[in-house]
Design a protein around this ligand. Structure first.
Ligand code: AMP
Ligand code: ZN
Length: 115
């Protein structure tokens, strides 16, 4: 757990969130400021700051996060219509919370290119 990290606090339960799924490796919860009818964040329990700080040893964990994102889409009922997964990183990527997280967005038609 990284000192002062918002998502580490959510993962440990120190900070309340609307959890939709959790297991030994990850936690998924509703985004507090949803950008679509369904907007869930999937985070590893391990504090990984972001895409720029991945390690070879994170390979299995990253695969797990993708599989859980897909399962959450099914749980939220957006798997058939389609959905979008997003990982922001760094200034230009628009990252705000420096703890790796995967956005699962759905329930409306997305546009491209992203803003
Ligand atoms: P990013 O810009 O990729 O770092 O996304 C951070 C996301 O975390 C944003 O969509 C925020 O709305 C969301 N967020 C920030 N604080 C909380 C919180 N306490 N509970 C749930 N989502 C949060
Ligand atoms: Zn953290």
């Amino acid at each position: 757990m990284a000192e002062g990290c918002l998502f580490c606090k959510i993962a440990s339960g120190e900070l309340e969130s609307s959890i939709v799924y959790e297991d030994d490796l990850c936690v998924a919860f509703h985004d507090i400021n949803p950008q679509a009818p369904t907007h869930v964040l999937v985070i590893p329990r391990k504090h990984i700051p972001g895409m720029g700080e991945l390690e070879e040893s994170d390979r299995d964990l990253l695969g797990h996060l993708m599989l859980i994102a897909s399962e959450i889409a099914w749980m939220e009922g957006i798997d058939e219509a389609g959905f979008r997964t997003v990982i922001n990183w760094g200034h230009d990527g628009g990252m705000e919370v420096p703890h790796l997280h995967l956005h699962v967005l759905g329930g409306r038609t997305m546009s491209w290119p992203p803003g």
